[in-house]
Design a protein around this ligand. Structure first.
Ligand SMILES: Nc1ncnc2c1ncn2[C@@H]1O[C@H](COP(=O)(O)OP(=O)(O)OP(=O)(O)O)[C@@H](O)[C@H]1O
Ligand SMILES: [Mg+2]
Length: 272
């Protein structure tokens, strides 16, 4: 079990996010228009879609890095709260993304990477004090993730997989009930991928909610119940994994013949 400070029940949970009729731009690109989606806490969800479909944009709405255009009838509610209290939000949503991996400060030591989760910063700075409790918690997380030997190594000197595990530790330091993972296994070898998948499964069985964005069908763990397919900023299909993950749906989503193979609650896509 990954170190928990409190067990999060799933009873009477407010939705993770409720997006109503939102229009969202990135630069001059209109990614979403009249977009509506709810994600529930307690329901592990995978989001799939071609490059440019809007997956990362959706996660950035969740983390309040992006806001919809203000319009009557349009709203985004995160964890039941219309206020943009970014700090309390960050303690409730842990995030790991490739963007973060590239932006992260090379000089930070392993333990500092994990500690930086308390401030949601990319590195630690002189003015950021850490309590003994916080340091102990960061050390416990490093141990749990089998990363204790990396505590004093600089981030820039680590492999992609090691960096990704540290960033997971950073996301876990606040003991968030929900985690958003944007292509968490990109660039990882098979061993590191399977290790990461095992950790993801452990997090879900400990009661955390995962929202997973991935291109790899074979990396959708059995615990994921809901799948949302996005295409060109619209919901292409959404529902129970078994209903949504079909060769027919994926062939239409990616506009090429795809077959799905299923084994022991895992899936694999092959050319159709
Ligand atoms: N900073 C930006 N400025 C302008 N347009 C952007 C910016 N970032 C993303 N976009 C555009 O927004 C759209 C959605 O991008 P987004 O990153 O959400 O896609 P994605 O589904 O995460 O794709 P991928 O699978 O490649 O990660 C794309 O058309 C993209 O070109
Ligand atoms: Mg993306």
């Amino acid at each position: 079990m990954i170190v928990r400070m409190a067990k999060h029940g799933t009873e009477s949970l407010v939705p993770l996010i409720e997006i109503r009729d939102a229009t969202v731009f990135r630069g001059s690109t209109r990614v979403f228009h009249h977009f509506t989606l709810n994600l529930e806490q307690g329901c592990n969800t995978a989001i799939l879609g071609p490059n440019g479909a809007g997956k990362t944009t959706l996660l950035k709405i969740l983390t309040r890095e992006l806001y919809p255009v203000v319009r009557d009838g349009s709203s985004v509610q995160i964890l039941g709260d219309k206020r943009s209290d970014i700090w309390s939000l960050r303690s409730q949503l842990g995030i790991v993304s490739s963007d973060l991996q590239y932006e992260y400060a090379d000089a930070a030591r392993g333990i500092e990477v994990v500690l930086s989760g308390f401030y949601a910063s990319v590195g630690v700075w002189g003015h950021q004090g850490f309590t003994d409790d916080q340091t102990r918690r960061a050390e416990a997380i490093l141990r749990e993730l089998a990363m204790d030997s990396m505590a004093n190594r600089t981030y820039g000197s680590l492999s992609t997989g090691q960096q990704r595990r540290l960033l997971l530790g950073r996301a876990l330091v606040n003991d968030p009930p929900s985690l958003l993972l944007d292509e968490p296994t990109t660039g990882l070898d098979l061993t590191a991928t399977f290790q990461y998948l095992e950790t993801m499964r452990q997090l879900m069985s400990d009661g955390r909610t995962l929202v997973l964005v991935t291109h790899h069908i074979h990396e959708i763990p059995p615990e994921i119940r809901r799948v949302v397919l996005l295409k060109d900023g619209e919901i292409f299909a959404d529902g129970d994994k078994e209903a949504v993950l079909t060769g027919q749906n994926l062939s239409a989503l990616y506009e090429q013949p795809i077959q799905l193979v299923q084994k022991q609650s895992w899936y694999q896509a092959i050319p159709g």
